[in-house]
Structure formats: structure tokens, C-alpha cells
Design a protein around this ligand. Sequence first.
Ligand code: FAD
Length: 309
Amino acid sequence: MTALREPAWHWPKPDLRGELRFEESLSEHTSWRAGGPAERFYLPADRDDLMVFLRALPTDEHLFWLGLGSNLLVRDGGIRGTVICTRNRLKALRRSGEDRVYAEAGVPCALVAKFCAEQGLAGAEFLAGIPGTLGGALAMNAGAFGGETWSLVQGVTSVDRFGTVRERVPSDFAIGYRTVRGPVGEWFLAAELGLAPDENAASRSKIKALLARRNETQPTHQPSCGSVFRNPEGDHAARLIEASGLKGIRIGGACVSEKHANFIINTGSATAKDIETLVFHVQAEVRQRQGVELLPEVRIVGSPAPEAK
Ligand SMILES: Cc1cc2nc3c(=O)[nH]c(=O)nc-3n(C[C@H](O)[C@H](O)[C@H](O)COP(=O)(O)OP(=O)(O)OC[C@H]3O[C@@H](n4cnc5c(N)ncnc54)[C@H](O)[C@@H]3O)c2cc1C
């Protein structure tokens, strides 16, 4: 048994079935393949186990929720406290009504899209190319090709740090372009999605076409976080970055993609610091050359690495 670093933690709890890891490298759990460790990293066995874990958690423990890490830059010093990883853990997915699908937060978006298409339900095709979990998509209001996560949401199940579960409706949240503001201190456990009948059995071919378009225009086989910046009103971040002559520029192992200027790729050895420095360099250059303030879409979390003595 791993030695505990905090006396306040009485582990193992006999009634817990999940896996608690210590100093887990988050570069293994983020699509940028960079960043520091999680002090504690919990993989719940399922939703019930997660509730037991939350109720057992010291009340001052910092909590961070992680899906597939496809919109996250974790700084090299990592995340203190506990990271809860839902990926492959909260994975219930079922048809819950004639035009309804119920999915837990850890289900990959691509699986939700495929399941809906197989069920003869239309409207979730855009999720096929978003390489995150449904929980991350709910937190980000992820969208593509004209579709947005919250346009499908009929209701969500949330949980707070004490393990109190609530059913919430969309009007409990302020939803915008890649922003979702809702009750503070709650995370998503699951959502009920509303779809339409796939009258012409077109969903599968639509998914194929959307994925092909992505592969043509995005560096999908290199470590990235998708679009780094939000598109400003009436324009595209990629156009502004390209017009500023920034395609291909590098800092350490981080590089602005030649294929899509709003993507920063890890060429193999990038630290989170390289990536963050490049993000803010691009932002400053676009501000200076185009007079536009780009706002990051990616979430930058954690602490910088301690200075070497
Ligand atoms: C190649 C590529 C292409 C992409 N294309 C798109 C695109 O077309 N459109 C788009 O919108 N995004 C895109 N993204 C970004 C990313 O996939 C989405 O933002 C996705 O929704 C993030 O989901 P995740 O599970 O990876 O979340 P994570 O990156 O793990 O987390 C993102 C945020 O959500 C929070 N979070 C995660 N789970 C929960 C939960 N259960 N409850 C509450 N908060 C939670 C985290 O704390 C964090 O703040 C792309 C990324 C890549 C790498």
C-alpha cells in the first residue's frame, strides 16, 4: 500500500472500490501530452463509489475534475489536491425515451454520437469529432460545425463536493459560446439529451463527412488541444494568427501548426511552460499586429514548476 502523505487521509476506506494514485503524471491524461502530476488522482469504480469517495474527502481538499484532458494545459508543477478522472469510469449510456439519450459524464463524445446514430436519432453528429468526454463538453459547451452541446441538453445531474446529487435544468445555467456558468461548486455526473428522429438515416454518413473534413483541415494526429483561442465575434482566430505570420513559429517543443494556425502542437518534447509561453506570445503578436485581443479557449490550470536552485 502506498504510504499516505497526509495524515488527514485515512486510506484505504474498506467501502471504496476505485483506485487512488499519488503523483500521477497528467501528461499521460492530457491530449497535449505535457504537464506535471496530480498530487492525488482518483479513478472511481462507478458513480456510487464516487459518492462514497466525495463523502469521505477532507472538506478542505482542493478538487479538480478531469475528462479526457483535451482542453487543458496543466502547468509543469501539476495540480495540488485531488484530481477526479471520469474517463471510462462514469460510462453509462442508454436510450431513455423515444427521442432521449442518457449519458454519464465519462462517456467519450464520439461514442455518444455513434450511439445516437445507431439508435436512429439525429442531432449529435457534431460530437463525433470532439475528442473529450461528455462531462468536458458540458463544462465547455463544446461545439463544431454549427452544433453545440447545450442545444441538446434537456437536464443534467450534478454533484457537489459533499456528494449531494441534484437534478438541474438548462435554465439553471448561463450558456454562451464555449462558456457555461452554473451553480458554483457542482460538477456534472450525467446528462439527458434530446434528439430528433433520423428520418433519412443520414446521421452515419454525416459523421463520416464531418470526420473527413476535420482530418483535411486539422493536425488531428499530433498532440494538441484543438483550438487554442476562441473565435472573436465575426472573425476566426486562425485567420488572425496566420495573417500575423505566426504559422510554424516555435518555443521549445511547442509549435504553431502549419495546417491550422489556431492549433499549437507538441512536437515531442514540449513542456507546459513552452506551450503557455507560445500561447501568450501568439496573443501578444495578434494584439500588436491586428489590434484584436484573442481569448484562450483552453483552460490553463495548476502551478508552475518550482524554480531550479
Ligand atoms: C484535436 C482536437 C480537436 C478539438 N475540436 C474541438 C471542437 O471542434 N469543438 C470544441 O468545442 N472543442 C474541441 N476540442 C477541445 C476539447 O475536445 C473540448 O473542449 C472537450 O469538450 C473537452 O472535454 P474533456 O473531457 O477532454 O475535458 P477536459 O479537458 O478534461 O476538461 C476541460 C474542462 O472541463 C472540466 N470538466 C471535465 N469534466 C467535468 C465534469 N464532469 N463536470 C464539470 N467539469 C468538468 C475540467 O475541470 C476542465 O475545466 C478539440 C480538442 C482537440 C485535441
